[in-house]
Ligand binder design. Sequence first.
Ligand SMILES: O=C(O)CCC(=O)C(=O)O
Ligand SMILES: [Fe+2]
Length: 346
Amino acid sequence: MGSTKFMRPKGRGAEGDIHSSDLYVANCGPAVGISFEEISMVFRAFGEVKGVYAADETGTRIIVSFSDEKSAQAALNALDGRPCDDVGGRFLHIQYAVPRPLPSSVLGHDSVDVSLTASELNIPGVYLFHDFITPNEEEGLLAAVDARSWKCLSKRRVQHYGFEFCYQTRNVDTKRHLGALPSFVAPVLERISTCSELDDAGNIKLDQLTVNEYPPGVGLSPHIDTHSAFGDMIFSLSLAGPCIMEFRRYHEGVWEPESSSRVIYIEKQENSTDFLRRAIFLPPRSILLLSGEARYAWHHYIPHHKVDIVKESLIRRSSRRVSLTFRKVRREPCCCEYAEYCDSQR
Ligand SMILES: O=C(O)CCC(=O)C(=O)O
Ligand SMILES: [Fe+2]
């Protein structure tokens, strides 16, 4: 994870115009055995150092942030282009750092603050439990799903257990039970049912599992899991890599019949800006619960990003994210209090 805020100026020689309290320092850093603390010590001789960050992922380019420009200038004048004894005699190459333009692929015009916790997100019915499983358990689950066969969708791979999820109808065929959920998820189900923060979860027999594998840059379109298909609680366990999940609360939604056998959700508001929008960071090994209002009335989706911005840090999606989504198939029509989003009450 590099600093999102600063970068090297484009080309040398422009520094005369730039006044900054932030320095871009090349040729030192963790990749050559020099810690941020050692770098901070060197620069503290010139003034108050607010922070030392990686400028990028090389481990040899660093941003040193001073409290004021004068200190930065003094450090630059004293240290640039000279060997520095305190960092093993390495020559430091120093320039003023300039603010990094945020990548449009990440921010574009539609950035949203990303919460780290459910309470910060503030959507009723969302719960996020960090480190719900251990790294060893994560490894075991990944090995177990990789030993099963994947079904390829256009951009991601999936596996279904308990009941097949049909992406065309966005529903399940309750008459076609595929069998019990695989034994490798038993410890996860056990932990969900005994989670003291989730009073009701102990009584719910989750019987459908969708495993999704997302390559970097691939997300999931905005949707509400079909009310008539699944019950109130939807759990999603994140493995292998991080992502953000975004939420939108529109003011109305409409279910319309498309053919005799199929009902589709029409997002009449698609171009509308009239919606609430929130986002949360999902680290690996965390489990997210959508229930109540969050489950029934908010669209959720994973933006198609290769990099997410979380609290001013760039977080790269890793080579894949695998999620295990546990749900309970609904046998009776949904009678939630969000009729405008409910296909059972259309
Ligand atoms: O990958 C996830 O965490 C969410 C998956 C999801 O929303 C779904 O399968 O309906
Ligand atoms: Fe979903």
